[in-house]
Design a protein around this ligand. Structure first.
Ligand code: MRU
Length: 329
């Protein structure tokens, strides 16, 4: 499924704010346009943010404004490590080679690499899914969030034949689940049902969920994982009901500089996202709102992290550090 491409020095992206009902393409001709589409969540999802930022930096370099582009893109969204991972890679190449074509080559490499990482995550994760499994997922960790088949949805795609049902969390307030994940599953013909975020406990208690699989925005050295707001609540529910809780993520999401999840910056977004649904006001005009976009799931609530190099069971500091060496090779 093509939802972005780079051609003749222009980045074209499918505007995720209007999916699934309208397929509107947005053109980015310079780094400012790219920063804008990341901030406004025209594109979103940790790996995809990194990939498009790579092209943004290239467009900046072409204008002779590499460092301005690097700085502006760095200040778009604070939580996903993949953004900073991509920007650092671009900076290194620019400083070593000092030529714009090498910068473009690196951006393409990041894109291609993400495609491969998703496939490998899917192949490892697929082994965790048994016949007739009912899987619950939160947010959108699919094609629309990556350059490939997705991370959590990559696993679901690869295990397609064994899956009886995907429970799709609606994922308030941006509705990544009901708008984007549902759209992807529909195209793939994978059976799914959308649930509101507060229905998961009810289903787990009834024995209707065999495992939970989510993506990640940043994973600290001890395995604590930031992901879309609501993920932590799901992990607590899964623990109580003895349901495996899996996180699927590539090495570009790991941040070994951070001791634990308390050091992960959590983005707070506009109150408008909660007070309105698709432009329609749904609360008292003067209502006060708190809108954190992510939460942190402590590592002891995670059954395993699925990576492109294999599965880290009961993740902790020593396992993550050992595994990362393998991943970063
Ligand atoms: O705010 P978003 O939509 O960018 O948040 C996305 C998520 O939380 C995803 O689960 C995460 O980025 C993993 S995507 C493979």
């Amino acid at each position: 499924m093509r939802h972005f491409y780079f051609k003749k020095d222009t980045l074209y992206v499918l505007d995720q704010r209007f999916l699934p009902h309208k397929e509107i393409w947005v053109k980015c001709k310079n780094y400012r346009d790219v920063a804008d589409i990341i901030k406004k969540m025209v594109v979103r999802g940790a790996p995809l943010i990194g990939v498009v930022a790579g092209y943004g930096v290239y467009l900046g370099a072409k204008e002779g404004k590499f460092y301005q582009a690097y700085k502006e893109l760095k200040n778009t969204r604070p939580t996903a490590k993949n953004l900073f991972f991509a920007l650092e890679r671009m900076r290194k190449v620019y400083e070593e080679k000092k030529d714009v074509l090498s910068v473009l080559k690196e951006a393409k490499k990041i894109e291609e690499e993400d495609r491969i990482l998703c496939n490998k995550i899917g192949e490892f994760g697929e082994k965790l899914i048994k016949k007739n499994f009912k899987v619950l997922t939160h947010c959108n960790a699919g094609s629309l969030a990556t350059a490939g088949i997705g991370t959590a949805l990559g696993v679901i795609r690869k295990a397609k034949k064994k899956i009886k049902m995907v429970w799709v969390d609606e994922t308030r307030p941006y509705l990544q689940g009901s708008r984007l994940t549902a759209w992807e599953l529909e195209k793939e013909k994978i059976p799914y049902k959308i649930i509101c975020d507060n229905m998961a406990g009810f289903l787990m208690r009834k024995g209707e969920v065999d495992c939970v699989i989510v993506g990640a925005d940043r994973i600290a050295r001890n395995g604590d994982t930031a992901n879309k707001i609501g993920t932590y609540s799901l992990s607590v529910l899964a623990k109580y009901h003895k349901i495996p809780f899996y996180v699927a993520a590539p090495y570009s999401t790991f941040d070994l500089k951070l001791k634990d999840g308390s050091e992960i910056p959590i983005e707070e977004r506009s109150e408008k996202e909660v007070k309105e649904i698709q432009g329609k006001k749904i609360t008292p005009i003067k209502a006060k709102v708190f809108n954190p976009a992510f939460d942190v799931t402590p590592h002891n609530l995670i059954t395993a992290i699925i990576t492109e190099k294999g599965i880290i069971r009961n993740p902790d500091k020593s396992k993550i550090c050992k595994f990362y060496k393998k991943m970063a090779k």
